[in-house]
Design a protein around this ligand. Structure first.
Ligand code: SD4
Length: 335
């Protein structure tokens, strides 16, 4: 208890330090990483997921984790919650369509043994994450896209369903009037659930699933089905997942970069910050306006330390550990 109180106090002081230092718009090199256990203990089980729908998703994951279940089962169960919810308009059933009015879903999954599975541009299947898991467990491949992914899903017994809900259809028809593709940073036409977990056995897994950018070109893949971009897990080191403008995440192989930075000794917090700074640098090099994009990373290491950073305000993530489930607004670059 004492340790926890100390941790909370240190975390509060650390966030105050971050808040102060962030007036420079850049994280300070030597600031204390928050969300780390200082006493060498391992915080497990624990699950993290992106955006506020992560709170509900974490509940489902926690049901698995608290019984000593596998992180892989936890992350699949967790992300299936927003996938199956028609009011969540950026993931799975209810997701916004592409510019042709077709709901095309991207998802990937990775376990503690570096098994991977992914689907891209998958239509008519409510739970792409489970198809990604089936690709991982039942095929010699790691990625299936488009019609091939659909045929595989149907052969596996996944039901074919209409995923376009009336609200999304209405928005698409409205959008057709201008047909202007302009993703809005943070909300409105994109969000993704990325979830990473450390189970009671100390093993890591992750899952990532999305309907991608609304009104995208048909066939467009974002970062979310790409192992190393939208998600990466290394059971010796840690796990990371991404949300936001997939094109920018792919450009830096974002989640893999975050994990490699942790391998070099960075805390999850520092690793996320450095990856976001890389996005910022490449945007600036290309004379692109940072205000137009959001990229957020969340990361977790083998000790259960975690962190997050993003380009601009508005991103949040949910963390569930033995102290409960909470939503956190991470620090961000653009002030
Ligand atoms: C994509 N990264 O398709 C996803 C979308 C997203 O918050 O995460 N939006 O590019």
């Amino acid at each position: 208890m004492n340790n926890r109180r100390n941790f909370l106090k240190t975390a509060a002081m650390a966030s105050a330090a971050v808040a102060l230092s962030s007036f420079t718009g850049k994280p300070e090199e030597n600031e204390e990483p928050n969300n780390n256990l200082s006493d060498g203990k391992i915080r497990k089980p624990i699950v993290l997921s992106t955006w506020n729908f992560g709170l509900k998703a974490n509940e489902a994951a926690w049901e698995v984790l608290k019984k000593g279940g596998r992180a892989l089962d936890a992350v699949e169960a967790g992300v299936k919650i927003p996938e199956g919810d028609p009011t969540e308009r950026s993931v799975g059933y209810g997701g916004r369509p592409d510019r042709d009015g077709r709901v095309t879903l991207d998802a990937c999954i990775m376990d503690e043994m570096s098994n991977i599975g992914s689907v891209g541009c998958l239509e008519f299947i409510k739970h792409p994450i489970s198809v990604a898991r089936a690709v991982m467990e039942k095929t010699p491949h790691v990625m299936l896209v488009g019609d091939g992914a659909l045929q595989f899903a149907l052969a596996q017994g996944f039901p074919k369903e209409n995923l376009l809900v009336p609200d999304s259809e209405r928005e698409w028809k409205e959008w057709l009037k201008t047909s202007e593709y302009k993703p809005i940073a943070n909300i409105e036409n994109h969000d993704t659930i990325g979830m990473i977990a450390l189970d009671a056995d100390g093993n890591l897994s992750g899952a990532c699933t999305t309907s991608g950018m609304a009104f995208k070109m048909h066939g467009r893949l974002g970062d979310s089905p790409i192992i190393g971009a939208g998600l990466y897990v290394d059971n010796e080191i840690g796990a990371a997942t991404a949300t936001g403008h997939g094109e920018e995440v792919i450009r830096i192989s974002g989640s893999h970069l975050v994990v490699e930075l942790m391998r070099q000794g960075k805390s999850p917090q520092k690793a996320c910050e450095e990856a976001v700074l890389r996005v910022v640098k490449l945007m600036k090099n290309r004379n692109k306006d940072l205000k137009d994009i959001q990229v957020g990373f969340i990361a977790l290491n083998k000790k259960g330390d975690y962190g997050s950073y993003c380009v601009q305000s508005g991103f949040n993530y949910a963390v569930y550990d033995d102290t409960g489930n909470k939503l956190i607004n991470p620090e961000f670059y653009l002030k």
